[in-house]
Design a protein around this ligand. Structure first.
Ligand code: FAD
Length: 398
């Protein structure tokens, strides 16, 4: 089944459902998948097309170790919150692997480890301290140098003197994986309406009336999986969500090459993620900025981001130098205070949050956790630490 065949395009919607999921990215599709598999009636609405925002733009890295720029942050609660998120990442990758086996196509999950490389002794010291901190969280990470590093990763250039290896990092193909979850959700009974924006939410005795730009949907419960739109959706329920922000990011992809790089590669000092996809293309990103686009349009590609991102990549992997850049694209990442906002909002019973950064890695696990919370089911992972109560205030009445 082509994934668009699973979607309902009707001019006017009048629906009733148990759970309304707002947002058809990886989090919304995963939540619908797990709800529907548990026999819970679910409707997903997306104001655009499915998998076209952060989930369709992302790099497909399955992250576990701290990213270097995040590891250096010392502001406020961020370091503690980031550690809490990191504890989930290893489980999230293992969950992707389990889930991959039950999806209807190969979504190209490869978990052969991730290497964060250093070019100086200063950077090695940073990695050594990072390894110590990560081991305290239970991560399987270790330092590699010299021949050990070159045996592990023959593609690494002479500039790299060593690195940190994390055994369970990897990659997945987001253009395959989100649609596969969507199809699984539809087969289990979920309904999807694209080009359908939630514009208002009213509470009534039996739940909510969700006003969309194509009609009303009555739902007993609502899940807010609207990505960077989630503060606006929360505000419709009278909730302030000051910890979810958009971050405009840049990505590059090269032409295909014979397989030569089987790890997720990062730099200890510069923003970089790099991996070779199953079809041989090398995907290079890691947090270089994009520029604000025209109103309602995608962010703009910035030339310094192309140059800077590829400059870092070629320092570490010299074999990249002869590959042509095929394409660049941009996306809006979901950035938080360091951890996800998950679960029911106590002040608005029946309204659930599902917002997280590092969200492609965390996507299916987040979907499972939120689907369990919606049903009041116990999960082996306790999500209370991710509650909105750490930040939320009711929006003051105008
Ligand atoms: C360039 C880039 C690279 C990234 N790389 C990685 C990576 O390598 N690894 C990783 O783990 N993470 C990565 N991320 C982060 C990851 O992509 C996101 O955290 C994740 O996709 C978030 O999923 P989501 O479903 O919450 O949001 P989205 O995919 O943005 O989906 C939210 C959906 O909600 C819809 N919506 C919003 N408001 C409304 C409304 N009012 N009514 C109806 N629908 C609405 C939107 O149209 C959208 O489709 C990257 C992000 C970017 C941008």
């Amino acid at each position: 089944m082509a994934w668009t065949e699973a979607l309902e395009d009707v001019s006017e919607i009048r629906a009733e459902t148990d759970v309304l999921v707002v947002g058809g990215g990886i989090i919304g599709c995963s939540t619908a998948y797990f709800l529907a598999r548990d026999g819970v009636e679910a409707v997903v609405v997306d104001r655009g097309d499915i998998n076209t925002q952060a989930s369709g733009a992302n790099a497909g890295s399955l992250h576990v170790q701290f990213q270097s720029h995040q590891a250096k942050r010392t502001d406020g609660d961020f370091p503690a919150y980031y550690e809490e998120s990191t504890r989930l990442l290893g489980r999230a990758v293992a969950f992707w692997q389990e889930l991959g086996a039950e999806l209807d196509c190969d979504v190209e999950i490869h978990v052969e480890g991730g290497l964060m490389l250093a070019e100086s002794e200063d950077q090695m010291r940073f990695l050594e301290a990072k390894v110590e901190r990560e081991r305290r969280l239970g991560l399987d990470v270790y330092i590699v140098r010299g021949n050990e590093m070159r045996d592990l990763a023959p593609y690494v250039s002479e500039r790299a003197i060593g690195g940190e290896f994390c055994t369970n990092e990897g990659r997945v193909n987001p253009t395959l994986a989100t649609p596969a979850l969507l199809r699984g959700a539809v087969r289990a009974g979920a309904r999807f309406f694209r080009h359908t924006a939630l514009i208002a939410l009213t509470r009534e005795s039996s739940g909510f009336v969700a006003q969309t730009d194509r009609g009303a949907i009555r739902a007993k419960r609502v899940v807010n999986a609207a990505g960077t739109g989630s503060p606006a959706v929360a505000a419709m329920a009278g909730i302030e969500l000051p910890v979810v922000f958009g971050e405009l990011l840049h990505m590059n992809v090269s032409e295909a090459a014979e397989p030569f790089m089987n790890h997720l590669v990062q730099h200890a000092a510069y923003r970089l993620t790099m991996k070779q996809a199953s079809n041989g293309n090398v995907i290079v990103g890691g947090g270089w900025p994009a520029g604000a686009g025209a109103a309602g349009g995608p962010p703009r590609v910035l030339r310094p981001s192309i140059q800077g991102n590829l400059w870092v990549a070629q320092r570490l992997v010299s074999g990249l130098g002869h590959l042509r850049l095929l394409r660049c694209w941009t996306g809006v990442n979901i950035s938080t205070d360091g951890k996800a906002v998950l679960g029911e909002v106590p002040a608005v019973p029946g309204f659930f949050m599902a917002a997280t950064g590092i969200g492609y890695t965390l996507g299916p696990l987040t979907g499972r956790l939120v689907a369990s919370a919606v049903q009041g089911k116990r999960d082996e992972i306790d999500i209370r630490a991710f509650s909105i109560t750490r930040v939320a205030n009711r929006v003051p009445a105008a």
